[in-house]
Design a protein around this ligand. Structure first.
Ligand SMILES: Nc1ncnc2c1ncn2[C@@H]1O[C@H](COP(=O)(O)OP(=O)(O)OP(=O)(O)O)[C@@H](O)[C@H]1O
Length: 462
């Protein structure tokens, strides 16, 4: 029997997508759109995992979290949080949530978290899951693109791997620092280094230093002995040890707390870890790969990142070019992602028409490949029965400096039209429409009120 999952989420489209995706993997899903329905379903259904949106129409998910925790300490609660509300998510973690995921939700990532929640305490299983998952999507061949910029990068990686193959067995390869804008493919580079290298059979462990709550970082990275602190009922090995023989990928390294930076430096220098509360140090053989989109040199100057750690980590630096500097790649990647999402949503054969392709080629892609992938997913969802998608299906935030509509009496009407159009496209879903427009739900409601629209009226006048 599949594990039961309760999804408390008022964004209908998102809920449906999560449901389809997880049901395909054999999970049993229930959806509740309000706090009240969520509680009722929780009592009736007794799920193993609850996916909880904090921003519900009839109250805060935090209250529901408290009730759930009081009723059942086994169920794992994963918080789904909007942009900019990471602080609230941390609050939720303090109140007993198991983990959180920021919106827009990447379904693959969500599935990984659910698997981890169900298998927590069974490190073996988690590791073999990581291996299985990664073996399918690692390697240089997963990095698509034919532009000179990406070809150069791939050649550098291949050269590095070749040099490493010539190293003596047991000689740890140098740390690598991957730089590049958000969404440009830094993680993909880290995977390629692992899965095309000598350590491919050993674990690839990934840590996002930005999303680990500060108070958990040390325990997560270095592990702890039983009784090391009040809640440490069991001994737990840390992620550094879990990566023994393989690769530890430290994403968003610029976000690491100074105290943890010092400890990490020690691991890099001595190649040993000491679990919290342990007397003994253990030797570890780990390849360190770190990534950041932040200017680390500036953080070093400001005293926020240790210079010695920076030099240790950056023996080899790889720079991932932004998508806008990869001539021709955007159109090719757009076709790739459109086909991928088309298959996932049961709409094969989707393609972009000339105007849409032109839009894709000219857009500056501040969110890089991730933005492109998400835009193609939204386009696939917005396509309806159409096979050939036009510029209107591809909802892109306007480029800075792009032609702006002339100000004047029509501006108000244009704003209204846009709101109506987005509400129409999302079947009246205010949150989804807000997301397409790149504004918050509150701003969306405010603007709708300004134009005397409600979701239903928006649909009528469209
Ligand atoms: N060259 C590429 N070919 C195919 N897919 C790509 C490519 N580059 C990136 N992607 C995809 O784009 C998404 C974002 O990439 P990735 O997570 O590696 O970016 P990142 O630079 O690590 O982002 P962040 O800085 O936000 O952590 C992923 O789904 C990844 O598989």
């Amino acid at each position: 029997m599949g594990h039961g999952i309760l999804l408390v989420e008022d964004e209908a489209t998102l809920a449906r997508n999560v449901q389809r995706y997880l049901e395909r993997d054999g999970f049993e899903l229930r959806i509740a759109a309000t706090m009240r329905a969520g509680w009722r379903d929780f009592e009736e259904f007794r799920p193993d995992v609850v996916l909880l949106d904090l921003n519900l129409p009839d109250g805060s998910g935090l209250d529901l979290l408290a009730r759930i925790r009081a009723a059942d300490r086994q169920a794992k609660v994963i918080i789904l949080t909007g942009h900019g509300s990471v602080q609230t998510a941390v609050e939720a973690m303090k109140s007993g949530a198991w983990d959180y995921l920021a919106k827009p939700i990447a379904l693959g990532e969500l599935k990984l978290l659910v698997d981890k929640a169900l298998g927590q305490g069974r490190m073996e299983e988690t590791l073999s899951y990581y291996r299985g998952r990664d073996a399918r999507q690692g390697g240089l061949e997963a990095m698509l693109g034919a532009s000179p910029a990406i070809t150069d990068l791939k050649a550098r990686i291949a050269g590095l791997l070749q040099a490493e193959r010539a190293m003596a067995e047991g000689d740890a390869p140098p740390p690598v620092l991957i730089r590049g804008e958000t969404g440009s493919g830094k993680e993909l580079v880290a995977r390629a280094l692992h899965y095309d290298g000598r350590r491919a059979e050993a674990p690839f462990i990934e840590v996002n230093c930005a999303t680990l709550p500060a108070q958990l970082v040390e325990g997560e990275l270095f592990g702890h002995e039983r009784g090391a602190f009040t809640d440490a009922r069991e001994r737990r090995i840390g992620l550094v040890e879990a990566a023994h023989g393989g690769t530890l990928f430290l994403d968003e390294i610029g976000e690491l707390e100074p105290a943890v930076q010092a400890k990490l430096l020690k691991v890099l220098e001595d190649r040993t870890v000491r679990r919290l509360g342990a007397v003994r140090e253990r030797r570890v053989d780990v390849r360190f790969v770190a990534a950041t989109h932040r200017p680390l040199e500036a953080l070093v100057k400001e005293g926020r990142f240790r210079a010695d750690l920076y030099y240790r980590l950056s023996v080899v630096q790889l720079v991932v070019p932004p998508l806008r500097e990869r001539a021709g790649d955007a159109a090719m990647l757009a076709a790739h992602f459109l086909a991928l999402h088309g298959r996932r949503y049961g709409r094969p054969g989707l393609r972009l028409d000339a105007a849409a392709l032109d839009l894709v080629a000219r857009h500056p892609w501040p969110g890089n490949v991730r933005e492109l992938r998400n835009a193609m997913e939204q386009a696939a969802l917005a396509a309806g029965e159409a096979r050939e998608l036009g510029a209107a299906h591809v909802a892109l935030a306007p480029a800075p400096g792009a032609d702006l509509p002339s100000p004047g009496p029509t501006l108000r009407q244009m704003e209204r039209d846009t709101l109506v159009q987005m509400l129409d496209r999302t079947g009246g879903n205010v949150s989804q429409a807000a997301r397409l427009l790149g504004i918050s739900r509150d701003t969306m409601r405010y603007r709708m009120a300004k134009h005397g629209l409600d979701a239903a009226a928006g649909l009528e006048s469209a």
